[in-house]
Design a protein around this ligand. Sequence first.
Ligand SMILES: C[S@@+](CC[C@H](N)C(=O)[O-])C[C@H]1O[C@@H](n2cnc3c(N)ncnc32)[C@H](O)[C@@H]1O
Length: 450
Amino acid sequence: MKVKQFALLNPQVESPIDNREWGTFKDSLRAPIHNWFTYPAGFSYKAVESSIGIHEILKGATIYDPFMGSGTTNLVAKKLSINSYGVEAHPFVFRITRTKINWEVDRDEVVAALKKIENQVKRRKENFNEYHVTTYLGSEFPELVLKCYEPKTLLDLFFIRNSIISGNYSQGVKDIFFVGLTSILRQVSTAATGWPYIAPKKQKTTSLNKIAFVEFARQINKMVSDIEVTVDEADKNFRKSSHKIFNADSRYTQDLIPTASVDHVFTSPPYLNNFDYADRTRLELYFWGEAKTWGDISEKIRTKLITSATTQISRNDPKYELSKGLQESCPDVYDFLRRATAQLGEARLIHGGKKSYDHLVSGYFNDMFLIISEVYRVLKNNTVAVFVLGDSAPYGVHIPTDDLIGKIGLGAGFSDYKINVLRARGEKWKENPQRHDVKLRESIVTLVKA
Ligand SMILES: C[S@@+](CC[C@H](N)C(=O)[O-])C[C@H]1O[C@@H](n2cnc3c(N)ncnc32)[C@H](O)[C@@H]1O
């Protein structure tokens, strides 16, 4: 489909740099602690290390990630004895990070508690009448969870879960078990748990003979030894560094992070690609009993995140009109978005799905304006904020997110910005005739505070 594209004035794009995987989680999947939870929205720990090197951020300085996710920035900082702040709005993802940056858990307590859980699970299984297993589990879990497991595996997972919840352990040890059990949930599932959504109809036969407790114990032992390896490799002063992380909304950090207290920001916001972060954790939230329905997930998670998916939008809500703040501080961005969203509003009426991309785009940039203004406030002078992000082309209308974020930065007070292109995106869809032919990219946007 060909759609008329609007051009922004003077996009400041520099030549590509040779680090294609920085915006992906691939490197982190091979690194101890980083790989405790597979977060496809996460970036490479090497990107953080590199930015710290390039911008000469030294021990004792402070780095901030307003979209902390699974804590990649904070973990790297801790290893290098750099202080950190992190804000993450998704409560489940926040708990993952809290666990990953706590290297002070008591190894002996973990080992003793694991033995206790093993005994409890054994006892519960001995006293359980297998005949009723399906009815029993059916009253505990939503349909989606039931479809993802063989009953005997789900029963084991359920007994382990209950032992963890009812056990009288320290918070650090409970967190380790919480992340350990979470990280095997997809491994032991017989559903081909595709990313980003679950497709329980296909069967993954490699999981058929896995015993949940064996996988769980293996994972807990790996986590304990990952901490030991990381502590050994870390800068010897890492214990003196401080890491303040908040389960909060980075649009509003006035009470959390002091003005002019941060030396570097390294972050990756949700991309404008209609990815639903709440849905990514649906299996996990249902399993832990933290949500039971789509409505629960909306209330507990979707409403707390910045606008980045059409599933968050209610068309009558005025917050999806471009804001006054954005109009006053960034008039060129406002003009561009006004035209682009009008075009998306028209496109919506002729497409079957009638997706609210018009409101998605307005809501996204309203929110990014608030966050970039907060980032500007907390940074010291002579520093930079680095954003790893991707652009998008909903209904074929190109939204050059990198350039818009750069210009919003100028409106928020930054003196300059530059863009480095990391790689082309959307290649895997290119054979799809329904797909637009706009070339997409992943970029690094660096905002300079003079
Ligand atoms: C691209 S991910 C960042 C991943 C991270 N770099 C990592 O390596 O794990 C963006 C994150 O922003 C979070 N988020 C969305 N809205 C937020 C808000 N208002 N405040 C703080 N975090 C938010 C999402 O839940 C998601 O985890």
